[in-house]
Every structure is written in C-alpha cells, then in structure tokens.
Design a protein around this ligand. Structure first.
Ligand code: GUN
Ligand code: ZN
Length: 466
C-alpha cells in the first residue's frame, strides 16, 4: 500500500520542555515556527520546520495552508467522564450529593447500547469542537458504555485512554458491579481494545469511597497481569469524601496509602483532583511517577476547593500534572476554559482574604509556581499532559515521529476578538514568540470553543467550525 503523505503550512506553536524549569526564560521551553511546514505520513509527523527550508524538498506535494491561525498540538484532557455528557450543568450540590442525585441515575442509562452509542457521538463531537484530541475517560460500571466509547473513538481514529469503571458500594444497587464481574469484564475489554488502533486501556477503580478492599485487590490483580495498562481514579477531591475514605480504609494512614497498599500508585497512574493531599502524599506521588489531573472547572463548580499547583510542582519532589475538564463535574468540555480557571485558582492561592501576600502556608517560590503564564498553561494542555499520562513518546508536540493531532486557533474570534487583534498585535499576525504567547494568553483568558477553528486527527481535518 502506498503511504498517504500530506503537508500543512502555517504558524506553529509547541513545547520542547517544561516552562517551570526555566523561570524568567520560560519561552525557551516553547517553539514558535512563524512560517512552518509539517509533513505527515500515514498520520505520523515525518518532517517539521521552517517552510522556506523544507518546501523545496516537498515541491511535488499539495500543501494545505492554514492562514491567520496558531497551530498547536491537540489538547490532552487527563480526566473526563463520557457518561456525564447529558447532565452537564446540573444544579445544586457538592460532590457526594451530586453523585447520588444526578450522576448515578444518569450513568445507569448507559446499559442501553443505543443510549450509549448516541451519547458517544455527542461526546466526541464536543471534545473536537473544544480542540481536545486525546482524553483519559471514565465510562460506567456497564461494559456496554466502555465498548461504545472505544468503538466511537476507533471510528474517529482518536488516541484515548478509558476503562470499565469499578464501583461496588456507595451507589444504588443497579449501579454497582461486583469485584468478580469487574475483573472478568475488564480482562475481556483489555483483550478487545487495549492497543487496538489508538485505544489504550485504564484499570479504573472509581474512587476509594465506592470501592471495597476486594475491588481494590481485583484492580491490583489486573495491573499485575496487564502492567502495560493505565490506572485511572479520583483522590482527595472533597473534604467529606476524604473523611469517608478514611473511615472505609481504617488501616490506611491516608488516601494515597489506599492505592499504595493495593499496588496501584506508580507510572501510568492518574488520580483526578488531589486538592487535599498532604506534602507527604505529594512526595510519594512524585517518587512513584504517578500523576494528578488538575480539574479547576470541576473544583469550582462542585465547590471542592483550590488545588495547590505550586506545591505539587515543588522541584524537590515534582508531581506529574495534567489538566482535566472533569465534565460533568466540570461545567464545560473546553480546555481553554480549564486553563482560564486554573489561572484564577493560582491567583486565589496567592491571595488571602485579608489581602496579605504569601498566604496558605507557602513560600514565595511556591506562590510563583502557582502563576499560570500562557507558556505554563498551554504546556499543561499539550506536552505536559502527555508527559503526565506517559504518552509523550506518541504525542504532545510536533517532533518527528509523533502523531499528527493538532488544533488551529483563531484568536480573532469569540468575545472581544477585534480588541485583541488591534491592541495586542499591532499589525497582522504574531511575528515573535512573545506576541504569539500574548495572544494565547488572550485566548485562555477570554476564549472558549469559538476560538477553535479546526481540529485535526492523524493529519486529517476532523472538525471545522461552522
Ligand atoms: N468521584 C467519584 N466519582 C466522581 C465523578 O463522577 N465526578 C467527580 N468529580 N468526582 C467523582
Ligand atoms: Zn471525575
């Protein structure tokens, strides 16, 4: 079969390293290719660089020129719930009540294949419209929902991580799955989907409050038997949840210990939230190579608290951090909106109600790490997310050999577009990395899905804004 080769010309902005490591020189972690060319062969980037240098080599190729846009790697969402797409924006309560009132009744409907199939279409449409090309997702305790999730992802050729969601207590009976059934169905689903196409499987204990020690043991067994699989869960999201988890696992010294005890904390382990983790727990996450998905939209929408990003990123014991929208706990799919809220959470961490500086028992270096510059924010949404999820060998930036998933951002769209255009960029398109990053900050501060003009998967356009 002959290879399918495509070329895309435009202004590219991606990351080669972690901007937090560079302090005031953070732009050195980014790469702005003002007039660039990306060559994609069968979905993989085979060449990338300046248009002027590369174009003579590819004169026989038809080149797609994406004008007046910034092209970034597709966004990576480390924590989202597929079966909550139809309860987005449910009024009223904090985590544990919200789960009982809205979420468990809705997720029950996903035993129905048609319901799941239809929802999967909406789910992936909404992701692509927000510029998200990869996600790590929860399904339900019904294998039907996991199957329909992977089937739809396969049709769209998207790189995804997901798994059957284990819960054997704390929900109505029909929403539960026994540890034995969970183990058996997880085995089958791993066989059927893991590393088939671009699908990856995550062993998924929903959270310690909903998982008995038996369920956690089954997760350990699955991880031992399928070490290549990911592990996805929630941790320390809400104070009532943390207290309940401690009651349910009285022999564990803290929430993180529950996962250590069952052999899960390690590389490819991600836990959503982590708002109430102690410094010692952060240290153990760091040592284990485990990740936290920071979900500020959800943390504010459910009133869960302010995640201490600067503390998690302490260079003495840095934790891997991805961003997550946590839809429907989060009230949007858009990682642009997530970045905006993450920025605000950072500032709130640095402000006490009485107005004094350096609050919340943190030093100035920690306070500085809370501040989400555009470099830091878009790093987390792309290469940082890929590193947190152990996907950076596959995607996250435009290095040769990576998968060609990307977004074309229209800064001149949505609210206040014209204002940015005139005041931040004096003449036309961004010419320098500083101008480009300033525009990107404008996008994250004021923007949303309306700024995503196109989303490409494997070198093919999968979404174009109407
Ligand atoms: N903890 C356990 N299940 C959930 C869920 O569906 N959403 C959130 N935000 N937290 C959870
Ligand atoms: Zn969640």
């Amino acid at each position: 079969m002959t290879a399918e080769v495509r070329a895309i010309r435009g202004s590219f902005f991606d990351f080669v390293d972690d901007p937090w490591k560079y302090g005031a020189r953070e732009k050195e972690a980014a790469r702005f290719t003002r007039d660039g060319l990306m060559v994609v062969t069968d979905g993989i980037i085979t060449d990338f660089g300046n248009y002027e240098d590369l174009s003579p080599k590819y004169s026989s190729l038809d080149i797609t020129h994406i004008k007046d846009r910034l092209i970034l790697p597709g966004f990576i969402d480390g924590h989202i719930h597929f079966p909550q797409v139809r309860v987005l924006g449910a009024y009223g309560s904090q985590l544990l009540d919200w789960l009982q009132d809205w979420i468990f009744p809705e997720e029950l409907k996903y035993k129905d294949r048609d319901y799941s199939k239809e929802a999967a279409k909406h789910f992936f449409d909404a992701l692509l419209a927000g510029g998200t090309t990869t996600c790590q997702a929860f399904t339900t305790s019904s294998p039907v929902s996991t199957e329909e999730f992977f089937e739809e992802a396969t049709r769209r050729n998207m790189r995804v991580i997901a798994g059957l969601t284990g819960i054997d207590r704390f929900a109505p009976d029909h929403s539960l799955i026994t540890p034995d059934e969970f183990y058996k169905e997880s085995q089958r689903l791993i066989e059927q989907y893991h590393r088939k196409g671009r699908n990856l499987y995550a062993i998924t204990p929903r959270f310690a409050v909903g998982c008995s020690a038996d369920m956690m043991e089954r997760c350990r067994q699955l991880k031992e038997e399928h070490n290549d699989c990911w592990v996805n869960t929630h941790i320390s999201e809400n104070p009532s949840e943390v207290r309940t988890a401690r009651v349910e696992f009285p022999d564990c010294s803290d929430y993180t210990h529950v996962h250590e005890k069952h052999g899960l904390l390690g590389p490819k382990f991600t836990a959503g939230h982590g708002i109430w983790l102690s410094n010692d727990e952060f240290s153990r996450f760091s040592k284990a190579g485990a990740a936290i998905a920071f979900c500020p939209l959800s943390n504010l929408f459910l009133g869960s608290g302010l995640f201490r990003l600067g503390r998690a990123l302490d260079p003495e014991r840095p934790v891997r951090v991805a961003l997550g929208c946590d839809m429907g706990g989060g009230n949007a799919f858009s990682l642009i909106r997530v970045m905006e809220e993450a920025y605000k959470v950072g500032l709130c961490n640095n402000t006490m109600l009485d107005g004094s500086v350096n609050p919340r028992d943190q030093d100035l270096a920690e306070a500085d790490r809370n501040k989400l510059s555009p470099y830091r924010a878009f790093y987390l949404a792309t290469l940082g997310g890929a590193r947190a999820l152990y996907l950076d060998d596959l995607l996250g930036n435009f290095d040769k050999g990576k998968e060609a998933d990307f977004v074309a951002i229209d800064w001149n769209s949505g609210q206040a577009a014209v204002k940015w255009h005139q005041s931040l960029i004096t003449e036309g398109n961004p010419k320098t990395i500083e101008e480009a990053s300033q525009l990107l900050f404008g996008v994250m501060a004021v923007g949303d899905d309306r700024n995503i003009d196109e989303t490409w998967i494997g070198g093919k356009r999968a979404y174009k804004k109407a």
